[in-house]
Design a protein around this ligand. Structure first.
Ligand code: AMP
Ligand code: MG
Length: 561
């Protein structure tokens, strides 16, 4: 038994060393050879974060190591319908406020194509999968297995459910082996929980009574999952987390890893607060409440939401309505929310008559933001059916909140990268500025070149990022508020601005304005923009506010999306 456990700890230790090693080399190879990432270790969650993800309600988390007896292993293999290489597992149990079992979890490592990757499988007390989340992924391809949308497919599966690629779980091109490995790992965890606990309730009692408490107390143990290494004359701590369904990575540099880690943690909390207030996926967000109730009575809102709406209003005015938060009903009509189980099912492009019906709803002047009699901000919708889409501004806005928090915590050098919406704070130790690769909108797997950033935000917009296929045609996700149709004739835009929110909003607005983007971009102080338009026979044409000095250095820290 102890030999098994020792072997397992050794493997875990080795995995941790690999994580920090790869993390440091990965950051400098992001845009080499035309922008492909070839050293691809990504740390998505630390173990603590993974446990918080699967046990959001638990008051405590306990752990115990178990070794399956020969009979238990046989029973588990029968359920699994495959041989099981390992006998030892670390099982986590969430404990609810009343002392009962909140759920189980196992952090499982499986080999993808060439390398092991780690994921957590959270299981309800009744044996259903609660949540699967990836901690670390190391393959050059197939990182989509770490995306929330992919992982949602495992929810509610039981030990009896078939879990097969292409039949029960969608296949990801280039990641067949990782998907198969994850299917096996999830099933393995379900079999072990079934055999070791659900069939032996006394073992649950024992675990609740005598399991080792790992959370909330033993904070020092939670090191895995976050890369920390030397950078120039200082230290860089790098952590990643899923927020608003997208990956956000923060790199912060300084002299004290503990302080940096704590600052990053607070920065993520600030971003999560933005998500809670502004998400259109959460029925309880302030934004959702505005959409539900704003046409009936003024809806009181927080300073944070007011700041977001004020900035949106400025962009709407400055862009002459090319940027418009009230675009939401048209976004739904084109089916851009159906993948998330939100918005109507759409299998064809909306007809001109259907779009005409939505037209009165899409107008930013339908939103009225003011201070109520008590001085508190409130919002009214001047028409029934008006809906707000935070998608063009939310990520940049959240990045700025993270940066403010980092600065408050004394951090002066950081790069916040929220799926390509970025802010470069100060510069890396011993270097002049942060280097960011600008995605090539014509060949999105590559970069146009590098830009140097210091206390600036950057964001790109393009239809390569998100599109729907309806009736055999492809439609991009940025719509003209005038025609309510996807904008075409443009490949993409990139904007640098004094804040990440301004860069995010301006890149979307410039995409809508296309040929007319430059006068708008030039109005905004500190803003520089690059617009790549479609030309004759699939060629491209560049418009820019200034000569962009895109260097060809191969050492990008991150790449815009
Ligand atoms: P981004 O990737 O920042 O350019 O934002 C694109 C997202 O903004 C889309 O997926 C829509 O949710 C939303 N959107 C689309 N068209 C517009 C528009 N004209 N104004 C504001 N938001 C838009
Ligand atoms: Mg944007």
């Amino acid at each position: 038994m102890t030999a098994f456990l020792r072997l397992k700890s050794l493997l875990l230790l080795l995995a941790c060393v690999l994580v920090s090693d790869c993390a440091s080399s990965d950051s400098s190879s992001a845009a080499g050879r035309g922008g492909a990432r070839d050293s691809a270790t990504t740390v998505y969650l630390s173990r603590e974060e993974a446990l918080r993800t699967v046990f959001p309600e638990a008051s405590r988390v306990l752990e115990e190591e178990i070794v399956l007896s020969a009979d238990e292993r046989r029973a588990a293999e029968e359920l699994l319908q495959a041989r099981m290489g390992e006998r030892a597992f670390t099982v986590y149990a969430g404990v609810s406020a009343d002392g009962g079992l909140d759920g189980y979890a196992v952090i499982q490592a499986e080999i993808g194509k060439f390398k092991p990757f780690e994921f957590i499988v959270g299981v309800e007390p009744d044996g259903h999968v609660r949540r699967v989340a990836v901690l670390v992924y190391r393959e050059a391809r197939g990182a989509e297995v770490a995306h929330r949308r992919f992982l949602e497919q495992y929810r509610r599966k039981t030990v009896q459910s078939p879990i097969q690629i292409q039949r029960d779980i969608i296949h990801i091109t280039g990641a067949t082996m990782s998907v198969n490995a994850m299917n096996l790992g999830v099933k393995k965890v379900l079999s072990v929980i079934e055999v070791a606990y659900r069939k032996q309730p006394e073992r649950i009692e024992k675990l609740l009574r005598s399991g080792r408490q790992v959370f909330p107390q033993a904070k020092a143990a939670w090191k895995e999952g976050s890369g920390s290494f030397t950078r120039g004359t200082g230290l860089e701590v790098r952590e990643a987390r899923y927020i608003m369904g997208s990956l956000c990575e923060i790199r912060a540099c300084g002299g004290d890893a503990k302080k940096l880690r704590s600052a990053i943690f607070k920065a993520f909390c600030a971003m999560e607060a933005a998500d809670r207030a502004l998400s259109d996926y959460r029925p309880d967000s302030e934004l959702s409440r505005i959409c539900r109730e704003g046409a009936t009575a003024p809806v009181p809102i927080s300073e944070l939401t007011a700041e977001f709406l004020e900035l949106a209003e400025k962009l709407e005015r400055d862009s002459g309505g090319a940027f418009d938060l009230t675009i939401a009903p048209a976004v739904w009509a084109w089916g851009f929310r159906k993948g998330a189980g939100f918005g109507p099912h759409v299998d064809r492009a909306p007809t001109p008559a259907e779009l005409d019906e939505l037209r009165p709803l899409v107008d930013y002047k339908n939103v009225s933001l003011s201070r109520g009699p008590s001085g508190r901000w409130e919002v009214r919708l001047l028409r029934d059916g008006v809906r707000l889409d935070p998608g063009a501004l939310g990520k940049g806005f959240a990045v700025d909140l993270a940066v403010r928090q980092l600065v408050k915590e004394g951090v002066s050098s950081a790069l916040v990268d929220f799926s390509g919406n970025m802010y470069a704070l100060g510069s890396p130790p011993g270097e002049e500025s942060w280097l960011v690769g600008v995605r090539d909108p014509v060949r999105p797997e590559g970069v146009l070149g590098m830009v140097k950033l210091q206390n600036q935000g950057i964001s790109s917009s393009g239809s390569y990022e998100k599109f729907v296929e309806l009736g055999g045609a492809r439609y991009g996700h940025i719509l003209s508020p005038q025609t309510l149709r996807p904008v075409d004739g443009i490949f993409g835009t990139t904007v640098i601005a004094p804040t990440a929110a301004l860069a995010d909003g301006c890149s979307t607005a410039a995409y809508v304005l296309g040929e007319d983007a430059l006068p708008f971009l030039r109005k905004e102080p500190g803003v520089e923009g690059l617009v790549v338009l479609g030309g004759e026979g699939g060629s491209s044409r560049f418009l820019a506010t200034k000569q962009w000095n895109l260097s060809t250095v191969e050492d990008a820290w991150a790449v815009t999306r």
